[in-house]
Design a protein around this ligand. Structure first.
Ligand code: NAD
Length: 349
């Protein structure tokens, strides 16, 4: 395949923008179209990343014959229905997390993928974050012996997206929205847990801070693996000072720790503050650890590069990015919520 692969992004705000920033660095791809409900958002996106065609609904973008890959950067509740429509229109799909907001919707996506034979890529960026790739290599070479206990979290001060505030649009609260990153990465490393124990805030007045969020603003879970290993995963919206993404893996002969967001080689002290330090930092005066390039350090660049290569070369994708994997990760999240509701440990398999 020599011509550039045509990409159509759906969703012109936060995630759509960082995807576009990466696509334009990849010589073998071209963003040929953007779709968003808001014409203003489409125009602003086109001005920043175009020229490209703009659509105010998915249908227009799906009828665009130059769009070969639909890159879904829309609110969670749209992931399943848009992925199904895109695959049925003969497009390949890249979809942001989560795979869907309900297991019933998730099954529909998997069936559509199997029926159409389209390529589907579940975009869990942590799998591609360079520091986490290096941690995985060290673990796999036996550098810390047998992994016994893992800890992982993504925490910040609350999603900026209005769609993240309702369970209907988000699928839950901080666990499905941000805790899903360590869950997806640990699925990649360890496979499926057999049981989970979840503990989450109750949403609205049952939250610590975000009483306007229907879903929880703090969630924690223990994942129990068949080999006896355990993982603790956390997603919270009560963390000030910038997004805090970390993992720790304790093995029989060592330990590996990754600090994805505050592990920057830069330390800055600024009296007036700087334009940007790290995602979700409230202010930047005083000491900060500014990210060098989040598109790279959080894995987005290598993720989209891998997906593009799989499409162009018809080659195998990282297993934890398939539709089956997206569904499996959602099953873990769903079991965490069930465990929290029922106050007991829940079996998954
Ligand atoms: N991997 C990551 O680290 C990461 C980070 C941020 C967001 N995300 C994911 O990306 C997705 C989008 O999040 P965001 O932060 O960009 O949200 P956002 O609210 O900033 O943007 C969503 C955009 O979708 C548009 N939209 C809504 N309904 C639409 C429709 N029917 N058709 C077309 N456009 C529609 C909105 O107008 C808005 O412009 C979410 O699923 C989120 O989980 C992933």
């Amino acid at each position: 395949m020599s011509e550039r692969t045509g990409v159509g992004i759906v969703g012109a705000q936060f995630a759509g923008r960082f995807h576009a920033q990466i696509w334009r660095t990849l010589a073998e791809a071209q963003v040929v179209a953007i779709a968003d409900l808001s014409p203003d958002a489409c125009e602003a996106f086109n001005a920043d990343y175009g020229p490209m065609r703009t659509y105010t609904d998915l249908d227009g973008l799906l009828m665009d014959s130059e769009v070969q890959v639909v890159d879904l950067c829309v609110p969670n509740f749209l992931h399943a229905r848009m992925a199904v429509a895109a695959m049925e229109a003969g497009k390949h799909v890249i979809c942001e997390k989560p795979f869907a907001t309900t297991l019933a919707d998730a099954e529909l996506v998997l069936k559509a993928q199997q029926r159409t034979g389209a390529r589907y890529f579940y975009a869990e960026d942590w799998i591609f974050a360079p520091a986490l790739v290096r941690a995985e290599q060290i673990i796999k070479e036996g550098g810390i012996g047998r992994p016994l206990f893992l800890k992982g979290k993504e925490c910040h001060n609350g999603s900026h997206s209005p769609y993240a505030r309702t369970i209907e649009y988000c699928g839950g609260g901080s666990m499905i929205h941000v805790g899903i990153h360590p869950i997806g990465y640990f699925y990649h490393l360890m496979g499926m847990p057999e049981r989970v124990t979840g503990c989450c805030n109750g949403g609205l007045d049952g939250n610590f801070i975000h009483t306007d969020f229907e879903g929880e603003d703090w969630g924690l879970a223990v994942l129990h693996y068949p080999g006896g290993q355990r993982a603790v995963v956390e997603g919270n919206y009560i963390t000030s000072g910038g997004m805090d993404d970390r993992i720790e893996v304790y093995g029989s002969e060592g330990v590996v720790k990754v600090d994805l967001t505050f592990g920057s080689p830069l330390s800055v002290f600024s009296k007036p503050g700087i334009a940007y330090a790290v995602e979700k930092a409230e202010f930047t005066q005083g000491w900060t650890r500014p990210a060098v390039n989040e598109n790279e350090s959080l894995g987005y660049r290598d993720e989209l590069t891998h997906f593009l290569s799989c499409i162009r070369n018809n080659s195998a994708q990282v297993p934890a990015t398939t539709a089956e994997a997206g569904l499996a990760v959602l099953r873990i999240v769903d079991a965490i919520y069930q465990s929290n509701r029922e106050g007991r440990t829940v079996s998954i398999v």
